[in-house]
Design a protein around this ligand. Structure first.
Ligand code: NAD
Length: 481
């Protein structure tokens, strides 16, 4: 499957701009060059911010029906070209072609949802007469756009996670500057082309390519940028939060999500969902299953089924229709995963499936007996590795689930309503899936975490709330009338 290498440009201030200085985009599977993108400079970033400042005025003045038309048109153009989008995702990232197709569909859905939500951005009336002396006042609040939004996005969903910022920003009348992941900028550039074709006015959307470490600070520290919408790792998120100053920040960060399986669970469903949740996108998924707590009565049986299912997963060429698990995003990431697994084994863990690396490929790997002091037990692995633990009770499972500095999503398999409710109340996460693994999301639900998993929520409607500010209007009536 070939893609024509054209030397991509970045969209700044409504113009497609190239630069002598380029970044190579390589296929992580075989390190082949796919394309190049410009390496933007600090001056490019300053120019982008200035044009976005003008874009914010243009965007705020676009009528709602126009915003809706553009978003719906972009969604339909993406669906028309869905196979080409899927190939771009699969080539530059680490998803298989089948996983990439799902992402394209979800991206179109995210943009359609954004069009729908554009008509529902409203405030409410305020009963000012609730405090004495204000009987002659009436008013309301409405929501207005923050202005310029900076979107910094990760490699693992290079299209839909960009759409989760661009869609709501356009729907709510903002201008947006996207700084896509350095390793996977092509999907974001293709998305920008679609918006240009859909008639989005110039300067409302910019996609600027370059290394986060080189152009990031200029974007993050700018006073003209009124909100940073970041999706990525905890360390980068902390760094950005320190530098941002007084502006809104939304942080969608990582996790090491738990899923709990109780004795009364439907085992077949639990095995299917947890294996798929652990290994989809080669485990590079913020809500991927990393820790599974299994009640003692079913532990041995569960492990047997889990390992059998894991071994059925085919690792290989991500562009082949038969592949279930592709490579990791870079060989160095696969080496990191290998080292974390080796560390756990040194501490006494057992590998019950997988455990081998070949270049950027790492086998779906199942570990038991991983001590709590290992990195694997505490931090986010972001790779195809899952830890299975026996637990005596739901209470123990909840306590151990909560013992980490993350809290994005969790899952629990049980048929007992009181157990499910105990988990709902006590698990410290932003979302709990009953009879599913942590790895479930639709694009319209509030999505985000607590603790090291982030701040704020995405999911179109909720992103729009974050990207707008309430403005209060109060009329003092003339009492003589
Ligand atoms: P990353 O933190 O390395 O990079 C994310 C983005 O930040 C990239 O665009 C990168 O270029 C940029 N960046 C890096 N250093 C920067 C700096 N100093 N200043 C400004 N920008 C900088 O993350 P990644 O490896 O691309 O993605 C994986 C992480 O993303 C995982 O932790 C994963 O859990 C998380 N993630 C979270 C969600 C969510 O919605 N909660 C979704 C997907 C991924």
């Amino acid at each position: 499957m070939k893609m024509q290498m054209v030397g991509q440009k970045m969209l700044i201030g409504g113009e497609w701009i190239g630069r002598e200085n380029k970044i190579e985009v390589r296929n992580p599977q075989d390190n082949r060059l796919i394309d190049t993108v410009p390496a933007a400079s600090k001056e490019d970033m300053l120019y982008t911010i200035e044009s976005a400042r003008q874009g914010a005025e243009i965007s705020a003045n676009l009528a709602t029906h126009e915003r809706m038309r553009i978003l719906n048109k972009a969604a339909s153009l993406i669906l028309d070209r869905s196979e080409s989008f899927a190939r771009t995702i699969a080539l530059e990232g680490s998803k298989t072609i089948r996983e990439a197709r799902k992402e394209v569909k979800r991206c179109a859905e995210t943009l359609k949802l954004s069009a729908e939500e554009a008509r529902r951005i409203h405030g409410e009336t305020i009963p000012f007469d609730q405090t004495a002396g204000n009987e002659q006042r009436v008013g309301y609040y409405y929501r207005f756009p923050v202005g310029v939004v900076a979107a910094i996005t990760p490699f693992n969903d290079p299209l839909n996670l960009v759409a989760h910022k661009v869609g709501p920003a356009i729907a709510s009348g903002n201008a947006i500057i996207v700084k896509p992941a350095t390793l996977t900028p092509l999907s974001a550039i293709e998305l920008a082309k679609v918006f240009v074709e859909a008639g989005l006015p110039k300067k409302v959307l910019s996609v600027i390519t370059g290394k986060g470490s080189e152009i990031g600070d200029t974007l993050i520290e700018s006073k003209d940028v009124r909100m940073i919408s970041f999706t990525g790792g905890l360390e980068t998120g902390e760094d950005i939060a320190k530098k941002a100053g007084i502006k809104k920040i939304a942080m969608e960060l990582g996790s090491n999500s738990p899923t709990i399986i109780l004795n009364d669970a439907n085992l077949e469903q639990a095995v299917d969902a947890t294996v798929s949740g652990a290994f989809s996108a080669a485990g590079q998924n913020c809500i991927g299953v990393q820790r599974v707590y299994i009640e003692e009565g079913i532990y041995d049986h569960f492990i047997g089924q889990f390992v059998e299912r894991t071994k059925q997963y085919k690792v290989g060429d991500k562009l082949s229709e038969n592949t279930d698990v592709g490579p990791m995003i870079a060989e160095k990431e696969a080496i990191r995963v290998e080292q974390w697994v080796e560390e756990a084994v040194r501490y006494g863990a057992n590998i019950v499936a997988g455990g081998k690396r070949d270049g950027a490929f790492y086998e779906p790997t199942v570990l038991t007996n991983v001590p709590e002091e290992c990195r694997l037990a505490r931090e986010e692995i972001f790779g195809p590795v899952v830890l299975l633990y026996p637990v005596r009770s739901l209470n123990e499972a909840i306590e151990r689930s909560n013992q980490v500095n993350y809290g994005l999503q969790a899952g629990i398999f049980t048929t007992a309503i009181d157990q499910a409710f105990a988990a709902i109340q006590q698990l410290g996460v932003g979302g709990i899936m009953i009879n599913d693994s942590s790895d479930f999301r639709i694009d319209a639900m509030p999505f985000g975490g607590i603790k090291g998993s982030g701040l704020g929520r995405e999911g179109v409607k909720y992103s729009i709330e974050e990207m707008t500010e309430p403005k209060v209007v109060c009329f003092k009536l003339n009492s003589s009338q």
